[in-house]
Design a protein around this ligand. Structure first.
Ligand code: G6P
Length: 608
């Protein structure tokens, strides 16, 4: 996600901004920019691509002289990665410059109103509305203008703002996106994350939600959303730079697992408006949705597992036939693809070679294509007819967690939308499904908070050689992902089996102490899976189970039981996967594995 840096002090600002932005590169970005006040006016430089390009075009900051400035690395969400969409953004008179991290959910409405008032827009970003809105409300008092803007905008934001009329201060504002203030002898700083300021100071203030900071060279003041002063104390940062980049977490994977409530919320919330699902980017009319005769979901790795789950949801709710394929198989199996069929390609990176090839093949054969992609502007995002973004932000750990969760909920939204348009479900059922969907982020948060217990269980498995995951229906899909997570980061051999299929061969491998992880979240299949659990347990298996709260009967057979809160049966993957991710993580940590960079694996597989 975007990175923000700001500086006001005794030194030249631009080199400090470039240095700070370089410490935020890990967040992922596709363009960068800076705005610096030179004593008379604000000057700006922006460049698509790496920070090196911005550094070169500004001669390492020398072409932007001045002691006050803001800088930004942009991870594109609204609008492609281009110079004009890069931040900072100006108001019309170039007297207010803004950098932003987050998403302004009501930006279209605000943009329309601003255009009606004569404001001209020069980018496709949601951020530019902030610059013009500040301009609209600015009557000489920046703080007043900022609080008015905060009352108008919905969504998440961390902002750095400079006003040419008030060149002795920088403003920083925060709601649901990170922002900190660093206090140093040589001047004060703002940043999205601690590493950007650690070279200058270890004394840091954490801005809370809906708070504003005003920094001058000497002072730092804080205000609430009503402009009233707030007292804050600086905290001394003791972490080393490497740890701080992970926001204090030991591994990126742990950090990203903990980001899942936000990721799921960010993928769902902007697409539910007045109780209805609005997927603007789908670009399909209701008639076209009704005309879909078949859906093909094609992906690799964990993305494939989300598609495997979505098959149950789409077929169950929308009653449309769904085929799910591994992209590497699909592209060579000469699939039957006909007009009226929709091909959905799911990919975090948007660059996976097999998925991209499958997309191209589907297009050649005249199918309508939809990409569910995380990286904006990636190949699959560019080439698919339509693209639905999962707003998970950059994922660094090779083993995916938050992008997986976002892909799941994106497909739940599609399934509900298709089911409603095709007349398979009515208003009441839509309302019930949306109610459960909206509860997922808090429920995920609750499951994440039980990590100590999962860690205790995980320690029991450090010497395991083989682990079997079993489940039926959606629980089989969950088992596939749970098994993949375990093998990819802990190097323990594991297999996922459809529980009913065990007795056709695999049960011969069960002996005294064999670890079996059973997933039983589907009420209509619970009794069946329970029988399979008893079958393996009587042959000596050591069973851990993941099931719904209330299914205490399972405790008679399983040694460890993890309960997930009640949700719609179609959504249980989003909850049951959380303890399984934590489990794999703690097994890998316990074994001393390189969790974030497992051997032989790559985050983005751009070769066949
Ligand atoms: C790699 C990653 C997996 C990912 C798969 C598909 O194997 O390690 O985490 O699920 O590629 O990647 P994509 O970017 O297309 O989702």
């Amino acid at each position: 996600m975007c990175g923000i840096v700001g500086y006001i002090g005794k030194k030249q600002a631009a080199p400090i901004l470039l240095d700070g932005l370089s410490k935020l590169e890990y967040r992922g970005y596709d363009s960068a920019g800076m705005a610096v006040y030179d004593g008379k006016q604000i000057h700006m430089s922006k460049a698509t691509g790496r920070l090196k390009v911005l550094s070169e075009i500004t001669h390492e900051g020398a072409t932007l002289p001045g002691f006050v400035g803001i800088g930004h690395t942009r991870w594109a969400t609204h609008g492609a990665p281009t110079d004009s969409n890069a931040h900072p953004h100006f108001n019309e008179t170039e007297t207010i410059a803004v950098v932003h991290n987050g998403i302004i959910e009501n930006y279209l409405k605000l943009k329309k109103k601003l255009i009606e008032r004569g404001y001209e827009f020069h980018s496709e970003t949601d951020t530019e509305v902030l610059a013009h809105l500040l301009d609209l409300y600015y009557k000489g008092d920046p703080l007043q203008a900022i609080t008015k803007v905060m009352h108008r905008v919905e969504g998440s934001y961390a902002l750095g703002i400079i006003f040419a009329d008030h060149p002795d201060v920088i403003y920083a504002v925060r709601k649901d996106s990170p922002l900190i203030v660093g206090k140093s002898e040589e001047g004060n700083l703002i940043a999205s994350d601690v590493p950007a300021v650690l070279k200058y100071t270890r004394d840091v203030y954490f801005i809370e939600n809906e708070e504003i900071a005003r920094l001058s060279e000497q002072d730092i003041e804080f205000f609430n959303v009503d402009g009233e002063p707030v007292e804050k104390e600086a905290k001394r940062i003791e972490w080393d730079i490497h740890a701080a980049e992970k926001g204090g977490y030991e591994h990126f994977m742990l950090k990203e697992m903990n980001e899942q409530p936000k990721t799921v919320r960010d993928t769902i919330n902007p697409r539910i408006k007045d109780g209805q699902i609005v997927i603007e980017e789908l670009g399909m009319s209701d008639e076209e949705i009704r005309a879909i005769r078949k859906i093909h979901i094609v992906a690799c790795g964990s993305a494939y597992h989300t598609g495997f789950t979505a098959k149950y949801v789409l077929e169950g709710l929308a009653r449309v036939p769904v085929e799910v394929d591994l992209a590497s198989e699909f592209r060579y199996r000469n699939p039957i693809l006909e007009e009226g069929e929709l091909v959905i390609i799911i990919s975090q990176s948007g660059e996976t070679a097999d998925s991209l090839a499958a997309l191209r093949m589907a297009k050649e054969r005249g199918c309508q294509t939809l990409g569910i992609v995380n990286v904006v502007g990636s190949s699959i995002a560019r080439e698919a007819d339509q693209v639905m973004y999962t707003w998970a932000g950059p994922e660094i750990a090779v083993a995916t967690t938050k992008a997986y969760s976002a892909q799941l909920v994106a497909q739940y939204l599609l399934a509900i939308k298709f089911a409603q348009v095709r007349g398979e479900i009515g208003e009441t059922q839509v309302a019930e499904l949306l109610r459960d969907l909206k509860k997922l982020p808090d429920q995920i948060e609750m499951l994440l908070s039980h990590k100590e217990r999962i860690q205790k269980y995980a320690n029991r498995y450090l010497a395991s050689k083989d682990v079997f995951f079993i489940g039926r229906g959606i629980d089989y899909a969950i088992s596939m992902e749970g098994s993949l997570k375990l093998k990819e980061i802990s190097y323990i051999h594991s297999e996922a089996y459809a529980a009913g299929e065990l007795k056709h061969g695999t049960i011969s491998l069960i002996e005294e102490g064999t670890p079996v992880i059973a997933v039983a979240t589907q009420d209509d299949l619970f009794k069946k899976t329970l029988s399979n659990i008893v079958e393996v347990q009587t042959r000596g298996a050591f069973v851990m189970a993941v099931t719904n709260a209330g299914n205490t009967e399972i405790e008679k057979t399983a040694e460890y039981v993890i309960y997930i809160p009640q949700t719609n049966p179609y959504f249980t993957n989003s909850l049951a996967i959380i303890p399984l991710q934590l489990f794999s993580y703690y097994v890998a940590v316990g074994k001393g594995c390189d969790v974030d960079k497992p051997r032989n694996l790559a985050k983005s597989v751009t070769v066949e």
